[in-house]
Design a protein around this ligand. Sequence first.
Ligand code: NAD
Length: 501
Amino acid sequence: MSKHTIPTVKLLIDGQFIESTTSEWRDVVNPATQEVLARVPFATADEMARAVAGAKAAFATWRKTPIGARARVFLKYQQLIRENMAELAALLTAEQGKTLADAEGDIFRGLEVVEYAAGIGQLQMGELANNVANGVDTYTLLQPLGVCAGITPFNFPAMIPLWMFPMAIACGNTFVLKPSEQDPMVTMRLAELALQAGIPAGVLNVVHGGEAVVNAICDHPDIKAVSFVGSSRVGSHVYQRATQAGKRAQCMMGAKNHAVVLPDANRQQTLDNLAGAAFGAAGQRCMALSVLVLVGAARDWLPELVARAQTLTLNAGAEAGADIGPLISPAAKARVVKLIGQGVEEGATLLLDGRAPTVAGYQDGNFVGPTVFADVTSAMRIYTEEIFGPVLCVMQAATLQEAIAIVNANPNGNGVALFTQSGAAARSFQEEVDVGQIGINVPIPVPVPLFSFTGSRASKLGDLGPYGKQVLSFYTQTKTITTRWFDDAASAGKVNTTISL
Ligand code: NAD
């Protein structure tokens, strides 16, 4: 394809999908083939300002749109996402690389948030206390904030944008979304469907770009709240810059998730779960299990786990039977390969080396095969860094308490899983482990939208999680109103001299 025939990704400003006037563009590339699928613009400062201005203008009417009318948009939206699932998944796989089954999962987990957003009226109700003083009532209103913004990562280009704008908009806010510049196409298709579902002009805007656009979001005085999902390095910067500018911010960031296996666990189930959670989606999940702590005799399970990892099929995500697709970019592959090399240099035992896989028909793909290190220590780079590839670091502990100490000494607190048949061990684990999301015989415990995503410690900045009940507090402000109504006839001639209630 010549440069001229490559499609461009549009900006969504004030209800219009427009071509950017920027001179800075980046290719969106299929990670299995290196085919250029589209070119994405880095929006100019003026385009960014127009997106915020459009959102601000739309807020004046959207905030007063009745709850039922807002809900019906999301009822329609969930239907449109379902109807277009296959097309969305194919687009997602083409630009992100994950298997079609994983792509459908990515979209489905976002769809669940859209369904939840349709019921927001149930949660956006205030409280009322009758007769807090003589003839006085106090009640609260949970009102939308205004323009809110979201900044999203490459690894879940459907689910994570859908964590954000449906919840914010259902609460009566308007939104500016900045998707990952690495795979913005499925996000744009979701934005098109959102408009088709009835989201009015200006209520949802999408700008593309990198550091400059993100900084503009953090600084813009008309943006009231920023939700970020991505790496710890960028998330920490966004949190500081956005809160410095007086905004609410929530930043869900990097991870190093441990799986702890007790010898009484169900062996087959546990090994299957571990292989899927460590290597699935090529390890590019913030909830991937990237460290395995085998307790006591569970150490003997390692050869079987390695054998299972060897059965996983590496292939382009669109190919039938693929278990693991490519990494997002050649740079991501180079980084993972380098980290594996450092693990070897630092003395970890490389039981399975995925650095040079062959994938028939896709020799240019960014593939890394399942990789397993034993004898990993907490000082090694492969342990201290989030690898974000299909690499499992295996450690050992003599007791459950020792395993918990390993988990708690790691600065990250995104997810953790325990495999056991013992209720007592599970209960002790959930009490003692200092991690936001805990799976008991559940490898990737991402909460459904009835709950919120609750990463903790170095994996999160900000008090409130995305989606679920917590996000309602994030996207609304509480007004507390205290009222007294005078009955003219009854109070005629009486003077009230008190200053308190
Ligand atoms: P990233 O931090 O590189 O990018 C995230 C967003 O920030 C993108 O929109 C990107 O354009 C923007 N960005 C990149 N560099 C920037 C800079 N210098 N200044 C300002 N903005 C910048 O993250 P990624 O590589 O796209 O995603 C992978 C990371 O996201 C992993 O660390 C993963 O653990 C994390 N993640 C966390 C969660 C969670 O819920 N905790 C979920 C998914 C992914």
